[in-house]
Design a protein around this ligand. Structure first.
Ligand code: AMP
Ligand code: GLY
Length: 424
């Protein structure tokens, strides 16, 4: 098959590597891609918000199957437009991607189908929202309804902080994404991520992971897209995985099907493991980044065969098998991230380090300038290592990170601390 992959981050580099390794893949094109994805096929420099241009690219390149990496094109209905043009694409329709595109949509679904999640109320009016905050007090969580690139959630420790968040979001600071807010109960527990591959009716587990969202060691500082991750998440025991499938994932699939918008693609559940059991914090409708960089290298089953089975609605015939090794990834970011960063600094050692056994250097925000690999974004590399334990994967990953010569970059030195502390 000729396959087109949409996206340009570390997740897409991990997907490109896995897709190219499939015996089903004849040729891979990534749009727009990055220098990492170019190692596994060719890149096509097109504007991925232009669905007509993507359809045209599919015709020109005789593409048989499209894999969509990021959320924005899913929510914008790219899979619907490709299907209408007769092109098979992996990922949810725009209607089903509302599970990520609208927090209120997901909360209402959870309420209707008895899926455990934090109690919530929706508001479009700031005065009413603030009156409610006054009744409930802090801590409390304020969320913009729409996609806000990680800036849409405030876990408020004080009432003042909560009121400020409501005023700012309903006042237009996030544009249309914040025109409605969801105010919800603050859950207490450990967070973990659960992935499931879905075909509209069936779901199969697609691994677990934990990430580190804060920029600094000790989980301090502002939130980022993720500074590192590991898989599996030891806290999600087999019994908890079964509970998550039965109480969260399968009721979601049933609910979406009953509503006439069946979900096909990857359901990425952000969970809080509370004293009362696992609760849904939020859904994403795609692989995580950097979670893909630890899940895909552990996957033994052919990802392309699994994704095609999902689109064909025959996932009940598929079982996913995994490496016994754990994987851990350390994100190397440009100084200043998650704020403004300088582009163009030279990165050395990526190729050499990438040749080490059980090490993969995924590229996220990179570009080529002549022969030089240069930084071209906030999160620049995701350095993944595999090992028999998370501790060994962690040691190997940090050894690899130290082999990369990039003075303008930084990284956290404690990725995996929670899981390592749990290991004997
Ligand atoms: P989200 O973008 O929905 O994943 O939220 C970002 C982060 O906010 C989550 O990873 C949690 O750490 C935190 N969070 C979101 N909702 C809640 C909640 N109801 N209770 C406690 N923390 C939450
Ligand atoms: N790592 C968080 C995300 O992909 O949304």
């Amino acid at each position: 098959m000729n396959i087109l992959l949409i996206g340009s981050g570390g997740r897409e580099h991990a997907l490109a590597r896995a897709i190219q390794a499939s015996p089903l893949c004849t040729r891979l094109v990534t749009a727009p891609g990055n220098p990492g994805t170019a190692q596994h096929g060719t890149n096509a420099a097109i504007d991925i918000t232009d669905h007509a241009a993507i359809t045209e690219l599919c015709r020109r390149e005789a593409v048989d199957f499209v894999v969509v990496g990021p959320e924005a094109p899913l929510v914008a209905g790219l899979v619907d437009d490709l299907a209408a043009a007769g092109i098979k694409a992996f990922g949810p329709t725009g209607a089903a991607a509302q599970l990520e595109g609208s927090k209120a949509f997901t909360k209402e679904l959870a309420r209707e189908f008895d899926i455990p999640t934090a109690a919530f109320v929706r508001f479009t009016d700031a005065a009413a929202a603030k009156a409610y905050l006054g009744e409930r007090g802090a801590p409390i969580v304020i969320k913009a309804d729409g996609l806000a690139a990680g800036k849409g959630v405030v876990v408020a420790a004080t009432l003042e902080e909560a009121e400020e968040a409501v005023e700012s979001m309903l006042g237009g600071s996030l544009g249309q994404a914040g025109a409605e807010v969801v105010i919800e109960e603050c859950l207490v527990g450990e967070e973990a991520s659960f992935f499931a591959l879905c075909d509209g009716s069936h779901a199969v587990p697609l691994g677990t992971a934990q990430d580190h969202k804060r920029v600094h060691d000790g989980d301090r500082g502002p939130n980022t897209g993720g500074m590192g991750a590991y898989s599996p998440a030891p806290v999600l025991t087999p019994a908890l995985e079964t509970e998550v499938m039965e109480t969260i994932i399968l009721p979601t699939l049933d609910g979406m099907r009953q509503r006439g918008t069946p979900f096909t693609g990857i359901l990425y559940a952000g969970l809080m493991l509370t004293a009362e059991g696992p609760k849904l914090i939020e859904y994403n409708t795609r692989f995580g980044d950097p979670e893909a960089e630890v899940i895909l290298p552990r996957m033994r089953t052919d990802i392309v065969a699994a994704m095609v089975a999902a689109v064909d609605g025959v996932l009940d015939e598929v079982r996913i098998s995994w490496s016994d090794f754990a994987a851990l990834t350390v994100v190397m970011a440009a100084k200043g991230y998650p704020g403004a960063v300088e582009k163009g600094s030279v990165i050395r050692g990526v190729e050499e380090v990438g040749r080490r056994d059980q090490v993969i250097v995924f590229q996220a925000g990179t570009a080529l300038r002549g022969e030089d690999l240069v930084a071209n974004g906030g999160r620049v590399l995701a350095v993944t290592a595999l090992g028999p334990t998370i501790r060994e994967a962690q040691e190997k990953a940090y050894e690899a990170v130290r082999g990369i010569d990039w003075p303008e970059g930084f990284y956290r030195t404690d990725i995996g601390w929670r899981a390592v502390a749990r290991e004997p």
